[in-house]
Structures are given as structure tokens and as C-alpha cells.
Ligand binder design. Structure first.
Ligand SMILES: C[S@@+](CC[C@H](N)C(=O)[O-])C[C@H]1O[C@@H](n2cnc3c(N)ncnc32)[C@H](O)[C@@H]1O
Length: 368
């Protein structure tokens, strides 16, 4: 047996041994470690309940209700139309999770995490959206036994069903386009802080949604001409939003299907933001080859999305996005190393990781 395997075997025997656990929890030097490890495992067991408390606070708008002034349980109960005993139980739970903070007089105001969440409305939108994910995850084993396009997430992200995406109408794409536009602000900030578009003239955002990223890029780099490619119904939304924001003369929007149609030419930089992880491997090859064909030799393609195996955020990739995208019916989280192999196969030999401040939100790869 190899050395690492021998070590894991020895460690696992130790950790499964009740006598060792008892000793580690009693011995003064190992006690803090034993307690921290027990808490980690408890949090893993209880995570579903914590998420439900968070979801309920957001769904009932409790964070906003207590933002300006702490409220007593009776007043809060009246505001959320819930009996006082249920409200009391919820408020205590939310305070233990630092969403609320219980004052000395028993009133509840915003807690540290509640305040941070209120400052990030897009995260609140994602939390509300999680109702759909939780519904699909009711029987995870059944979901994992048979990947299906009959889930609520597949109904929400209508393009995930592949066929017929080009014929989708505004009503089919509006909800996901709004969610993406709302959550784009932080992602755009990360990308624009990490990468300068100074040497670029025409930016094409492929799968650019309602144009939120190009609006941010256009504001940061006023010389840029902005191009968005997305499904026809989404491109129409992008065109309207860009015109409303005063970018009409600097922007062109193109409707099409990047799995079947060529990408528009003329851009000297392209972005694929939160797009590749939505697609299975064969589709990723098609998208990257289309990008290679439309982009002049030596010009950059930026891939920005949350990636698997991100140090310190491994569970975000493989656990959260792994199950989310499985439930959606298409795609998977990929590591930057895997994406590099896809890029090189598609004709982008030079691939560089560019550090972002919050890899939990997005990592960034620049390929030429
Ligand atoms: C997860 S959203 C990301 C939107 C945007 N890039 C962002 O980060 O906010 C994926 C986008 O890809 C678009 N898309 C999906 N399949 C497509 C296809 N076959 N052709 C063109 N666009 C597609 C969707 O309409 C959607 O706008």
C-alpha cells in the first residue's frame, strides 16, 4: 500500500474510534480541535435547516423590515402576518445565525450577516430563487439516478433543454435574464478590476444576457464598442436595456444560437461569463471553436465563471454548482485546468489564470 493510503487508513481508524474521540475531546491540547471538528460536522448536518431559516427571512422580507429600527416580536409578527410564537422561534434562529441581532431589551435588529446580505440585493435574489433548487433537491438520490429535463430548474433556464432554444419568447427568458442581470454587478466588478480593456476596441460578450456586463465594461472603458450575442429573445431585451441606459449608439446586439450559428465577426476581445458551466462538454467544444473562428489571431478570450477546485471554495464548485447544474439538466463546474484543456483543443494555445478578489464569485481565465 502506498504511503498516503496507509496514512488515510490509520487516520480513519483513529477518527472512527470512540475511545480516541473521547480522549481528544478531554485532553486540553486537542480539546479545541475536537470541538471545532464536531461543530463543522454539526453544521454540515444542520445546513439544510440554516438555509431554510435564511430563505424564510428573505421571503418574508424580515431583513428590510428591521433595517431602520429593531422591533419587538409582537410588532414583527404583525408585519410578517405570523403568530407571535412562530415569529419568536424564527427570530431566535435568525439571531443565532447572525442574520438578526437580539438587543438587551429583547427587540430584534439587523445582525452582522443580515446587514451584509442587505448590501448585496443580488444575493437576496439568488436566495429567493433557491426555492426552485430546493424543490428539485427533495429526493437527491432519485435526481442523481436519472438526469432529467423535467425539473423546475430546467423549466426556469429554458435554454438548458437545448432543442428549440432559438424559438424561445420573451416570457420564457425574462425571469432568468433579470436574475442574471441582478447578479452580474459583483461579477462585472471582479472582472473589470482584474482585467483592463484599454487595448481593446470592440468587445463581444457571448451569452451576454440582458447586457449588464457590457454596460459595466462600457462605463469603465468609454472607448469600447459593445456587442452582445445571445438567443434572439434575450438579445432583444439587451438591445432595449442598452438603449435605455444611453449606450444605444455604442452597442450592437445579435440574436442566434451559439451551438449552431457562427458568432458575429469584428470584435477584438470576447467574453464568456457564466456560460460554459451551463453546457455539457461537446457543447463547450462547439462554443469555443466558434469563438476561435470569429476572433482575430492573437486577441483575447476571457472565461469568467465560478470554477471547480477553487482553493478554499471547493464546496462552492463541486457541491453547490455540481448539484445545481445537475438539477438544471445540463453543464457541470470545471476547474481552470480542465478549461485550459478545452481552450487549447479549440485553438487557444496561450491560457493564463488571472487572479480575482473573490474567486467564490468568479475566477478568470484569459486565452489567446
Ligand atoms: C447563465 S446566463 C449568463 C448571462 C451573462 N453572461 C451573465 O453572466 O449574467 C447564460 C446565458 O447564455 C445564453 N444562452 C444559453 N444557450 C444559448 C445558445 N444556445 N445560444 C446563445 N445564447 C445562449 C442564455 O440565454 C443566457 O443569457
Amino acid at each position: 500500500m502506498r504511503l498516503p493510503e496507509r496514512f488515510y487508513r490509520w487516520r480513519n481508524r483513529l477518527l472512527t474510534d470512540a475511545g480516541f474521540r473521547k480522549w481528544a475531546a478531554s485532553f486540553p491540547l486537542t480539546r479545541p480541535i475536537a470541538r471545532a471538528k464536531a461543530r463543522e460536522v454539526f453544521d454540515l448536518c444542520a445546513g439544510f435547516v440554516y438555509s431554510q431559516v435564511l430563505y424564510t427571512c428573505v421571503a418574508l422580507d424580515i431583513l428590510r423590515i428591521v433595517r431602520d429600527a429593531p422591533l419587538d416580536v409582537e410588532t414583527l409578527a404583525a408585519r410578517i402576518a405570523m403568530p407571535a410564537d412562530g415569529t419568536d422561534r424564527l427570530a431566535r434562529a435568525a439571531a443565532s445565525l447572525k442574520l438578526l441581532r437580539r438587543r438587551a431589551d429583547g427587540r430584534y435588529g439587523l445582525g452582522e450577516r443580515g446587514a451584509a446580505l442587505l448590501g448585496a440585493p443580488s444575493v437576496l435574489d439568488m436566495i429567493s430563487h433557491h426555492a426552485v433548487l430546493y424543490a428539485d433537491l427533495q429526493d437527491p438520490a432519485a435526481l442523481l439516478r436519472r438526469r432529467s429535463s423535467e425539473t423546475q430548474l430546467a423549466e426556469f433556464w429554458r435554454y438548458a433543454r437545448g432543442e428549440g432554444a432559438k424559438a424561445l419568447q420573451t416570457g420564457d427568458v425574462a425571469a432568468y435574464s433579470d436574475l442574471m442581470a441582478s447578479t452580474q454587478a459583483f461579477v462585472a466588478e471582479e472582472i473589470l478590476d482584474a482585467y483592463s480593456f484599454r487595448d481593446c476596441r470592440r468587445l463581444l460578450d457571448v451569452g451576454g444576457g440582458a447586457g449588464a456586463f457590457v454596460r459595466a465594461a462600457g462605463a469603465a472603458a468609454p472607448h469600447l464598442h459593445l456587442m452582445v450575442f445571445d438567443l434572439p429573445a434575450v438579445a432583444r431585451i439587451a438591445e432595449a436595456r442598452l438603449a435605455e441606459a444611453g449606450f444605444g449608439a455604442r452597442a450592437s446586439c445579435f440574436g442566434g444560437d451559439f451551438l449552431r450559428d457562427p458568432l458575429p465577426e469584428g470584435a477584438d476581445v470576447m467574453t464568456l461569463i457564466r456560460v460554459l458551466h451551463d453546457h455539457d462538454d461537446d457543447a463547450v467544444d462547439v462554443i469555443l471553436r466558434a469563438a476561435r473562428k470569429a476572433l482575430p489571431q492573437g486577441r483575447p478570450l476571457l472565461i469568467a465563471e465560478p470554477m471547480a477546485e477553487t482553493p478554499g471554495a471547493e464546496a462552492m464548485g463541486e457541491a453547490y454548482f455540481g448539484l445545481y447544474l445537475w438539477a438544471m439538466g445540463a453543464g457541470r463546474p470545471r476547474s481552470s485546468l480542465e478549461l485550459k484543456a478545452f481552450l487549447q483543443r479549440a485553438g487557444f494555445p496561450k491560457v493564463k489564470n488571472v487572479a480575482t478578489r473573490q474567486p467564490l464569485l468568479t475566477s478568470l481565465i484569459v486565452a489567446t
